[in-house]
Design a protein around this ligand. Structure first.
Ligand SMILES: [Ca+2]
Ligand SMILES: [Ca+2]
Length: 271
């Protein structure tokens, strides 16, 4: 309830103040990318990730952006940072976010949280944002509570669109043009004392500016949304440094099977 869509609209009128939600081209592509420790593994070694990317260049606005999107009226997507990555094969992924006070203007301790989704925001036609015509039209169809504080849902599926989507002669939008993010999991720094009481929050029990979670992920393209976990936070304009890392160990069974198949082939050749 902290900000209304009217307030968000005022922010949208001043786009230079806050960027809409995108991956920054490749700036928040976690991989596999140049700089990742990547490549095939000879023999399965759980201590040797298939790839690992650490992004230490970003900040996020506000200390409450994630927590504020754990309730029924959602939250302002300007108050999260979006990352992406693609897995060519299933694997055991570890996602970590650490507050880094060496960047940003915020002055209070920052507690990070993240939510993971399959799917991508638009990467062409302009960034998606809460108050684009198609996003507002879509949010209005969701029933109460209205208006929504924004499009971002930290604990479930959500959709958002950009200015490339225009209404038809009757004023109707084609909602299939919305970006569609399908919820996978979340993790939050601390306890319900800081992130609130919404059911389904995966708290780590210790509010220390760091959160990590390991997940089994199937092949696909993922979006990772990172923001502040302080539901009582009030720093709407401060920015906070976030160091985000992703490491992925490929599916052990497939690695083992590949090795086994190789052994069989070798035996046949020798025979
Ligand atoms: Ca909210
Ligand atoms: Ca923690």
């Amino acid at each position: 309830m902290r900000t209304s869509l009217f307030a968000i609209g005022a922010i949208a009128l001043a786009p230079s103040l806050q960027a809409h939600t995108s991956y920054g081209g490749t700036a928040r592509d976690l991989g596999p990318v140049t700089g990742s420790v990547s490549g095939s593994i000879s023999g399965f070694n759980p201590l040797s990730p298939y790839f690992k990317t650490i992004n230490t260049a970003q900040t996020v606005t506000s200390n409450f952006g994630w927590a504020n999107a754990t309730d029924a009226d959602f939250g302002d997507a300007h108050h999260i940072k979006a990352y992406r990555f693609t897995l060519a094969e299933a694997g055991w992924a570890t996602i970590s976010v650490a507050a880094n006070a060496s960047r940003g203007t915020g002055t209070v301790p920052f507690m990070p949280a993240f939510s993971l989704y399959t799917g991508l925001l638009h990467t062409s036609g302009g960034s998606d944002y809460d108050t684009s015509g198609i996003t507002l039209a879509y949010l209005a169809t969701l029933g109460n509570p209205q208006p929504r504080e924004g499009a971002f849902n930290a604990l479930g599926d959500w959709k958002m669109g950009n200015d490339a989507s225009l209404p038809d002669a009757f004023g109707n939008y084609n909602f299939s043009e919305l970006s569609s993010l399908t919820y996978v999991a979340n993790a939050a720094d601390g306890t319900s004392t800081n992130y609130g009481s919404a059911p389904g929050i995966h708290g780590d029990g210790l509010a220390n500016g760091f959160v990590t979670r390991s997940l089994w992920l199937t092949p696909g393209t993922y979006s990772l949304m990172v923001g502040g976990a302080d539901i009582g936070g009030s720093d709407v304009s401060g920015t906070y440094g976030i160091d985000v890392s992703l490491s992925v160990i490929p599916e052990p069974s497939s690695m083992a099977l590949t090795g086994f198949a190789g052994l069989l082939l070798l035996r046949r050749r020798r025979a």
